[in-house]
Design a protein around this ligand. Sequence first.
Ligand SMILES: [Fe+2]
Ligand SMILES: [Fe+2]
Length: 231
Amino acid sequence: MTPLTTGEETRDVRRVLEFLNCETPEQWYVAAPDNVNLLLIDHANCEKKAAGTALSLLYRYVDRPELLQICSRLAREELRHFEQVHALIGERGIDYKHISSSRYAAGLRRCVRTTEPERLVDTLLVAAVVEARSCERFLGLCRVLDDELAAFYRRLLASEARHFQQYLSLAQMYATAPFDDKLAELLTIDAQLVLEADEEFRFHSGPVLTLPLTPDAAGKNTPAETVRHVV
Ligand SMILES: [Fe+2]
Ligand SMILES: [Fe+2]
């Protein structure tokens, strides 16, 4: 992994890496430079979804003052990240078009219970896992992408590590029963989704091991964005 620059950054990112069950397979990083357009488009979408998660918590839990303060700041920060990624997309002349979501977030959200306060705690734990995985990917991307993008992802590292910690702290604050088993379940699913072969390259996808036979009607996997065959 790329060496980190400050002691605080090192500590926060190390905590993230210790939290996750596994690191992203090298095949995913090897494919990233050849899929930069998809990576940036999906990253921009992930930032919007992260803001959306924080906003939906703001609407749903108006009786939780700590959550309201933290999630309001989080939503603003995620939208600033979106603006930064979107600016990079524009500067590089990339067509910011609709692409399908990866299976990752939906795979985690399936485990959220429907009764309260379990629904709140599980939603916060899912958000913590997603932030941790994003932080881990940002770190790995620093060593495989061009200088501009490496510097960009390095700048985002600290905030993702902080978001991870904030969501985990909120889960601890609002839990009325131990959540170790739920967290272990989510981390197991995260590892499965990250390690198992995936169909399309995305920010949170697993390694793409086979090429689709034909592009679909929406124009996904056009030659410039075709995922790299890495086996
Ligand atoms: Fe972000
Ligand atoms: Fe974040």
